[in-house]
Design a protein around this ligand. Sequence first.
Ligand SMILES: Cc1cc2nc3c(=O)[nH]c(=O)nc-3n(C[C@H](O)[C@H](O)[C@H](O)COP(=O)(O)OP(=O)(O)OC[C@H]3O[C@@H](n4cnc5c(N)ncnc54)[C@H](O)[C@@H]3O)c2cc1C
Length: 469
Amino acid sequence: MNTNSGETIQPASAAIDALRALHHGPLLLPGAADYDTARTVWNAMIDRRPVLVARCRDAADVVAGVNFAREHGLPLSVKGGGHNIAGTAVGEGLMLDLSLMKEVVVNPEARTAVAQPGCLLSDVDRATQAHGLAAVLGFISMTGIAGLTLGGGFGYLTRRFGWTCDTVLSLEVVTAAGEVVIASETENPDLFWGLRGGGGNFGVVTRFTYKLYPVGPEIIAGAVVWPGADAPAVLDMYRALTANAPPEQTVVAVLRKAPPAPWLPADIHGKPVVALFVCDTGPLAAAEARAAAIKSFGTPVGDVLQRRPYLAQQTLIDGTQPPGRRDYWKSEYLPRLEPEMLTKYIDNAWRMVSPFAGVTLFPIGGALNELPEDYSAVGNRDAAFVLAIAAGWERAEDDAANIAWVRQTWQALRPFSTGGTYVNFLTEEEGDPRIRDAYGRNYERLIDVKTRWDPTNLFRANKNIAPRS
Ligand SMILES: Cc1cc2nc3c(=O)[nH]c(=O)nc-3n(C[C@H](O)[C@H](O)[C@H](O)COP(=O)(O)OP(=O)(O)OC[C@H]3O[C@@H](n4cnc5c(N)ncnc54)[C@H](O)[C@@H]3O)c2cc1C
């Protein structure tokens, strides 16, 4: 195994035995039964073999792992849900696998949830919805809360309440020095600021405390789908709709080829479609009236926009994003939708190569725009939409064609960007200047936080912010 300096490091078996003696969770060496499961991440383009996997059960295990990596000069990586497209969760040194740390404790009176870092979105959604509450999380229920929250985080509730990281109240963190500290507005506020957007650069988070909001449990949500030929008219309607929508109504637009969903007619499967995914958490009668305007537009080929549990909406499109495909994305923030941009969006989308590709517009404008740029490190408070150009495919021989389509579409749409990009959507090869673009004016302050909390850059398997030398 090679370190950054090119030197080969294999910790002595006596050192691994010593770690095993104080570790509560299993340690996995290559060849162990769960080793391949642990090292596998969502994006099949990533195939790395850590020297050692430490499956942590608690913060003490994380402390032991951080100290071990530091003392033995081993590259360290941290895996939450393993969903990051860049595959930063897995490296070739010591991987801390937090997937066994899945406890969620909800305090319905205080409207807070304390979640461990191995939780997937579905773990937190299920625990909070039992009390009619929800945290601001993402759209695919198998995503890890840890990476999502630390990189910013957005989902159907973002227009109402802001970035996920804006709704975090405190974090328990294992630092590069192997200490357990609390980061909040009142304790270690510089660390708290940096962790809310700065990703895994400053420590390993072992507990997230989220603010919760009353949502559902029944809402008006689902999807309406039209043939691809209707995209110009549907997106024109969409532009007006999203310009006037209240924060309770989030409508996501996707151009893709129709999946073989049972609620879509068989003759449209595999053909271009335009889909609107709607999540309206407003009072039911008003939400139903807003939905009616969408449902009656033109001639949809599929319509499952209806009263449904919030939990059902949170898993509605899970099937479209399975693990194990090869994936490549590009993303930009948009300040608004412009007719010229939408024309280019449609023209380029239909050149997609894979049946699993899609170009998506996620509206996020609302609460996050009302806070100052430096409220938390994520910044980008001029963003109204996330544009995501995503290809997923199955065979390595299709890599070049899919990557080329993503890049061409990105080049065509990039002129409409705010100049910012979502750090959690950056692919493996995207380092500087894209990381700087992701943080804009907050970047220099992030370097200060990094220099204070991780001066030797122990936490560098991430979208790295290097400390000052
Ligand atoms: C299908 C799919 C759908 C998505 N949808 C959304 C969405 O709706 N909204 C959204 O905002 N994002 C979305 N994302 C992006 C998602 O936020 C990132 O991929 C995120 O990194 C996933 O978190 P994870 O814990 O699964 O990441 P991992 O791959 O496990 O980790 C990624 C990085 O996060 C850091 N990290 C993880 N755990 C910790 C920890 N406990 N302490 C410190 N650092 C840690 C490490 O640097 C690690 O390298 C989606 C991704 C996918 C693949």
